[in-house]
Design a binder for this molecule. Structure first.
Ligand SMILES: Cc1cc2nc3c(=O)[nH]c(=O)nc-3n(C[C@H](O)[C@H](O)[C@H](O)COP(=O)(O)O)c2cc1C
Length: 247
């Protein structure tokens, strides 16, 4: 096995990292990125949704990875819940800082959510970006893009049945501005929290979720129009309406 893993852990120990741009008083980067969109769609406010109340201990025990989905499309309330509970902004603080439904190192929140919607009741099929600040979905590419999503996720069969596939992309300088090389550790930890919230929201709306980290990085970055250096996909998940029988 190559030493890159050990080198990464060693090179990102506090005594070994560079001084951050923050410590050099370099201005911080923008708090969000908004790729150019063809159209944006409002999402319902989650406080107004009539979601079933699922106790946290129950959701934790019933959560599992599900890889078999019904054809049923996702409605806007389900989409709003999934997006808000994974990356939604709960509170804006002075200086542009925000608190979200997930923790994040230094509240840097350096992830952007991309969503391929294959089956949605009220929205056209296509690739979207979640505008967390506005709680809206922005359409980036319209059409049936499942063949690309399937290829990018290494042709894992269950992905083809998904109603939606989430991609979380790092905007690494947003984190590295404060933590320099150590940012690469923190961004992965942040992504784990986000995907767990997707699983738990799936327990509330009865959606099946399966995390995906086996993917073709370069192919997915090209698909999402990310440069692969400043911005790159680090985690994904497929989701669909749950089948009644055990799957
Ligand atoms: C970081 C990570 C990456 C994963 N990647 C994949 C994947 O690419 N394909 C897949 O089918 N499952 C993937 N999984 C799901 C795991 O296989 C699953 O969580 C594990 O088997 C335990 O099952 P459970 O989630 O039902 O408890 C991933 C899970 C994690 C946490």
């Amino acid at each position: 096995m190559k030493k890159i893993g050990q080198e990464f852990i060693n090179g990102t120990k506090y005594p070994n990292i560079s001084n951050s741009d923050e410590s050099k008083e370099i201005a911080p980067p923008a708090r969000t990125r908004e790729p150019q969109a063809r159209e944006t769609f409002d999402l319902p406010e989650v406080e107004k949704l009539d979601l079933p109340e699922v106790p946290i201990p129950q959701a934790l025990v019933s959560r599992r990875s599900r890889r078999s989905f019904q054809d049923k499309p996702l409605d806007s309330s389900e989409l709003a819940s999934l997006l808000f509970y994974t990356q939604g902004i709960k509170r804006k603080l002075p200086g542009g800082k925000s608190l979200r439904t997930v923790p994040s190192a230094g509240a840097r929140h350096a992830l952007e959510t991309y969503l391929y919607l294959h089956r949605a009741a009220e929205l056209p099929r296509g690739l979207y970006h979640y505008r967390a600040e506005k709680h809206k979905l922005a359409l980036l590419q319209e059409g049936n893009l499942m063949a690309k999503v399937y290829r990018g996720t290494l042709e894992q069969k269950f992905v083809q049945q998904a109603a939606a596939v989430f991609f979380w992309a790092a905007d690494i300088y947003r984190m590295a501005w404060r933590y320099s090389e150590r940012a690469y550790r923190y961004i992965m930890l942040d992504a784990g929290h986000v995907c767990q919230n997707l699983y738990l929201t799936g327990e509330v709306i009865q959606a099946g979720v399966c995390a995906i980290a086996a993917f073709d990085d370069d192919y997915l970055n090209d698909f999402l129009e990310l440069d692969g250096r400043e911005q790159f996909v680090i985690y994904a998940a497929a989701l669909g309406s749950r089948k009644k029988k055990k799957n």
